[in-house]
Design a protein around this ligand. Structure first.
Ligand code: 3PG
Length: 210
C-alpha cells in the first residue's frame, strides 16, 4: 500500500494539515490549496464536522485528493474511509489501527517517533511513516539519525514544520514529504481569505526534495 500512497502524493512536497470548523469552508479551502498546487490535503478529525468536511471536499472538489488525519482508532478509520478519504493519517501506531488498515484498501500513514514504534510499524509491513511531532521530538537531526538503522523506512515529518524549516527535512534521504498547518492558518480560514491561502500553497508547492 505504500506504493498506492506514494502515487497519490505524486511528489507533492507539503501536505496541508487542516482543521476546519465550518463545513462551508471545506470546499473553497480545498479549491484554494489545489489552485496553489497542493492537491493532496489532510482534513483532521479535530472538529465536530470533520467527516462532513471530508465528504464535501472529496465529493465536490475533483482536483483534490482528500485524506483524513488525527485518526485515533478503528472506528474513526472506518468512518473516515466511508466519507471518501483516499488515505488515513494517525498520530501513532496501535494494534487496532493496524488491523483496520490491514482490512482496507485505504492506505494508512501512522505516526512513529521511537525506534520501538518504528519497529512495530515495520513488523506490520509499513515502510512509510509520519514522524510526529517532528520539531518537538528532536527535529531534523533526530530524524536524520534514524536513517542509518532504519535504511528502508521513509517518513513524513509533521508538527512544528513551517516554510522556514521545511527544507531541513526535505533534504534528508529518509524524508518523502512534510506536513503542516502553516499553509492554512486558522485566521485566514476563518476570514475566508482564499487568495492568501492559495499564495501560501503556491510557495509551499515550490519546495522540493533536496
Ligand atoms: C499534525 O497533526 O500533523 C500536526 O498537528 C501539524 O502540526 P503543525 O500544526 O505544527 O503544522
Amino acid at each position: 500500500k505504500t506504493e498506492k500512497l506514494l502515487s497519490l502524493l505524486d511528489g507533492q512536497p507539503v501536505i496541508p494539515v487542516l482543521k476546519i470548523d465550518r463545513v462551508a469552508d471545506a470546499v473553497p479551502l480545498a479549491r484554494a490549496l489545489a489552485r496553489g498546487g497542493l492537491r493532496v490535503i489532510e482534513i483532521t478529525l479535530r472538529t465536530a464536522d470533520a467527516l462532513e468536511c471530508i465528504r464535501r471536499a472529496a465529493g465536490e472538489v475533483e482536483e483534490a485528493i482528500v485524506g483524513a488525519g488525527t485518526i485515533l482508532d478503528a472506528r474513526q478509520f472506518d468512518e473516515a474511509a466511508a466519507a471518501g478519504s483516499k488515505f488515513i493519517v494517525s498520530p501513532g501506531v496501535t494494534r487496532e489501527l493496524l488491523a483496520a488498515a490491514g482490512g482496507s484498501e485505504v492506505p494508512l500513514l501512522p505516526g512513529a517517533i521511537t525506534p520501538g514504534e518504528i519497529m512495530t510499524a515495520r513488523e506490520a509491513g509499513l515502510d512509510f511513516l509520519k514522524f510526529f511531532p517532528a520539531e518537538q521530538a528532536g527535529g531534523a537531526a533526530f530524524l536524520k539519525s534514524l536513517a542509518s538503522p532504519f535504511g528502508g523506512m521513509k517518513f513524513c515529518p509533521t508538527g512544528g514544520v513551517s516554510a522556514g524549516n521545511a527544507r531541513d527535512y526535505l533534504g534528508l534521504p529518509n524524508v518523502i514529504c512534510v506536513g503542516g498547518s502553516w499553509v492554512a492558518p486558522d485566521d485566514l480560514v476563518k476570514a475566508g481569505k482564499w487568495d492568501a491561502i492559495e499564495a501560501l500553497a503556491r510557495e509551499a508547492a515550490t519546495l522540493r526534495k533536496g
